[in-house]
Design a protein. Structure first.
Length: 266
């Protein structure tokens, strides 16, 4: 599927990169306000594709970046960014998650040309899965859109075991993702690229019961301070560690959190 929702002959299938993050999507209560905010802060251009008028595809310089959907029909939950992981079989993945204490919020349901489900791990962190064709330019998306996705959780090793079993990380199949422990984080690589991290603090520290496990999306920007100023000017908030920081946590007007990271800092 192209970034505008049409088919592409060079498309990559989830079967060939299963276990890797393959897309990120925002559910929001105000689609127009979200488009205006992310255009101002991140420079995104918007396109409507085959997923309907209530779903928008974002691009920067022709590279697919993310999707944004209206929250109608999915309840009154908080606006949130969600990472989606490629899987060979949505049904089998949902079954593995449930067998290991995960929960299923939605699906699997069909969104031609694929199938999706929304899940939560056994600590409550929400993530999605996708079976089928990936966006055209997926290789560029992986390198140029989100730097990576990071799971903040209470026990990185326990979480890594859950996701490894559910998403088939570190399997004998050469298409699967590699998992290593580096610099106090579990690091996930797909085809040699870092695509996700799992963090729970220093290895000797006890699990922190105050942490709300969640996946955080990181987007690259040329200027973190400029993105933070734009967020504040357009109804959002920004938290920086200080001037010159390579990262900032931003919140859009509907309350969805995400991180901007200076290019080259991920």
């Amino acid at each position: 599927m192209k970034s505008d929702g049409t088919l592409d002959r060079a498309v990559v299938s989830s079967h060939s990169v299963f276990g890797a993050p393959c897309w990120v999507s925002l559910a929001t209560r105000d689609l127009r306000a979200a488009q205006d905010f992310y255009h101002a802060v991140l420079g995104w251009e918007w396109h409507t594709g085959r997923l309907g008028r209530e779903y928008r595809f974002a691009r920067v310089n022709g590279v697919p970046v993310a999707g944004v959907s209206a929250m109608s029909g999915i309840g009154e939950r908080m606006a949130t960014w969600t990472p989606y992981f490629a899987v060979a079989s949505a049904d089998e993945t949902v079954s593995r998650s449930q067998e290991r204490g995960g929960t299923t919020a939605v699906g699997p349901i069909s969104f031609p040309p694929g199938r999706a489900a929304l899940l939560a791990d056994r600590d409550g962190a929400v993530f999605g899965i996708w079976e089928g064709e990936l966006v055209a330019g997926w290789e560029e998306w992986r390198r140029a859109a989100p730097v990576f996705v990071r799971l903040h959780t209470r026990d990185a090793f326990d979480a890594a075991i859950f996701y490894a079993e559910v998403l088939e990380w570190a399997s004998s199949d050469p298409r699967s993702c590699e998992v290593r422990y580096e610099d106090n984080e579990v690091v996930l690589r797909s085809r040699g690229d870092v695509v996700a991290r799992i963090h729970s603090g220093a290895v000797e520290a006890a699990p922190d019961p105050t942490i709300r496990p969640h996946w955080q999306i990181h987007f690259t920007v040329d200027d973190v301070e400029a993105a933070a100023r734009a967020a504040r000017a357009h109804g959002g908030t920004a938290h920086q560690q200080g001037l010159g920081s390579t990262e900032a946590i931003l919140t859009d007007p509907d309350g969805a959190h995400f991180t901007v990271t200076c290019k080259g800092a991920g």
